[in-house]
Ligand binder design. Sequence first.
Ligand code: NAD
Length: 247
Amino acid sequence: MRFAGKTAIVTGGASGIGAAFVRRFVAEGGSVMIAELDVERAAALAAELGERVAYELVDVADAEAFAPLADKTARRFGGIDILFNNAGIGNFGLTPDMDIEQWRRCIAVNLDAVFYACRAVIPHLKARGGGAIVNTASASGMAADYGFTAYNAAKAGVINYTRCLAIDHARDNIRANSICPGPVDTPLLTSGVDEIEGLRAEWERIVPAGRFARPEEIAAVALFLASDDASGMTGATVPVDGGLTAH
Ligand code: NAD
């Protein structure tokens, strides 16, 4: 029961890694506010897990959305202890062909949103005497993937912004760490990969572990970083990638 009495905001908490985090966070005693575009899936998860899960329709790329969400979360659950910035979208396209709106949207959802959320939530963490921020970056933020232009740039930004948060707020007793998944079996990845014949097998070959991760394996590391077990860790970039970035 590592999270008894604790409250987390989880962006993108209705699917994949976020949903795996929400399930275990609640099982270990915590309360969660899910910030989601997909409110139908969020509602289904909340109905399944009970009254310690709430959800709001939020586009994380909306700069104005997070302050009201943070206030609402604090009113409903009594405060905020943990922020899991996890919502994300992919992108594919080489630079000369890249639509400018597609670039902007990818940077907005994957990077700008992390800043908006932290800006709104850090005062709430301070009010509790400290807290933890976990940001989902990617192995694609540590080394580039072919054609993932805006995604690679955004996730690298998340890694270094997380380090900055860690330094700036260490004396506030706020820890900030990022996780870097390799390929994970979630809709975000598989919807694109499984459309291209042979691509899954090729990626499985490239990952030393020989397989995609399960969302629960990524969530387990995020939960560790969010918990007091990681009280000595801040500013870390943690690969959870089956050895991909060890090459
Ligand atoms: P997923 O598609 O299963 O879940 C992402 C969730 O984010 C969805 O429920 C979606 O509705 C939500 N979301 C998307 N845009 C949003 C927005 N603007 N506002 C609010 N919610 C929004 O994908 P996942 O694989 O679980 O992705 C979670 C994170 O993990 C993302 O940041 C992704 O970049 C990162 N990641 C995934 C992989 C992978 O292989 N799946 C690898 C590395 C990093």
